[in-house]
Design a binder for this molecule. Structure first.
Ligand SMILES: Nc1ncnc2c1ncn2[C@@H]1O[C@H](COP(=O)(O)OP(=O)(O)OP(=O)(O)O)[C@@H](O)[C@H]1O
Length: 272
């Protein structure tokens, strides 16, 4: 089935286990002369197989929240738990997928790129690494490209390698911070479609940061709308009903306007 259809009847993220619990999280940076509050008392849950979007204006703390999930910084207030365990450091159960253009090592083949992080982590028996890496590339549909170098791949394929490399570490959640922000509109759309297709095949749990309302609606199963700096939760929305095919539809446009109003208007905090 086409990935961009969001599968009516399949309850994405519902009835499945809560993976990540964020409870009243305030995040701050201490600089030499001031304290910057990036987010204020943010709470949300991410369930297995969610495509969970953090959406908000520049500076509202989206990246900071993602870094906290990754374990690079700790909350000043509140807790973050993954599988009921407090997150207090980085770990292979949370893999960050970086932007397409800086994430693969150009001198290594696809398979070697996937194996590199596995070797470094020391998590897997040496004699299993190659097989595991092969399985990860097969999972993302790149079995015929294992011995190819990154410059021979399309942008979408490079993204698949980066995701294969992350998935090979068997994370509980994939974290992506505005990976498509620098791309032209057509490429961006193709990458979004690729990501959804891959999600359809593999059903990983995804946390994705964007400040594009449209991208959030297309990619997300759930959208957390944050207020301007410091970020607070304005709303948590179900976006399972919308995808690329619905982009010009009245419903899609109305949903877009609703979110736009939440971000830039005066709408009250809401949950639906
Ligand atoms: N290392 C840092 N030291 C001090 N302040 C920081 C640091 N990183 C981010 N900030 C501040 O924290 C706030 C949140 O930043 P963050 O990058 O998380 O926002 P964002 O929503 O991801 O923004 P954007 O969409 O522009 O990437 C901003 O006011 C930013 O200036």
């Amino acid at each position: 089935m086409l990935a961009t259809e969001k599968m009516p009847g399949v309850a994405v993220g519902s009835g499945v286990q809560t993976l990540l619990q964020v409870d009243g999280v305030t995040l701050q940076y201490k600089t030499r002369d001031r304290l910057v509050t990036a987010t204020y008392r943010v709470s949300f849950d991410v369930k297995e197989q969610d495509r969970f979007i953090l959406l908000g204006p520049s500076g509202c703390g989206k990246s900071t929240l993602l870094k906290c999930v990754a374990g690079f910084l700790s909350p000043t207030e509140g807790t973050m738990k993954l599988d009921d365990r407090i997150i207090d450091r980085p770990g292979p159960d949370r893999m960050m997928v970086f932007q397409e253009f800086d994430q693969l090592m150009p001198w290594l083949t696809v398979l070697d790129n996937v194996m590199f992080a596995m070797r470094r982590s020391g998590r897997f028996p040496k004699n299993e690494i190659k097989d595991r890496a092969r399985r990860a590339t097969v999972k993302v549909g790149l079995e015929r490209f294992q011995d190819v170098y990154p410059h021979m791949l399309s942008g979408g394929m490079k993204q698949r390698v980066a995701i294969a490399r992350a998935l090979a570490m068997e994370p509980r959640i994939l974290l992506m911070d505005e990976p498509f922000a620098a791309l032209d509109a057509l490429t961006r759309r193709r990458m979004q479609e690729e990501l959804l297709e891959l999600w359809d095949d593999v059903r990983f749990t995804l946390m994705f940061v964007t400040h594009s309302i449209e991208e959030a609606i297309i990619l997300g199963s759930r959208i957390l709308v944050l207020t301007p700096h410091p970020g607070q939760v304005r709303a948590e929305l179900d976006a399972t009903a919308y995808s690329h095919e619905h982009q010009g539809d009245a419903d899609f446009m109305a949903f877009n306007r609703k979110i736009n109003g939440m971000l830039f208007g005066t709408q009250e905090t809401a949950h639906d």
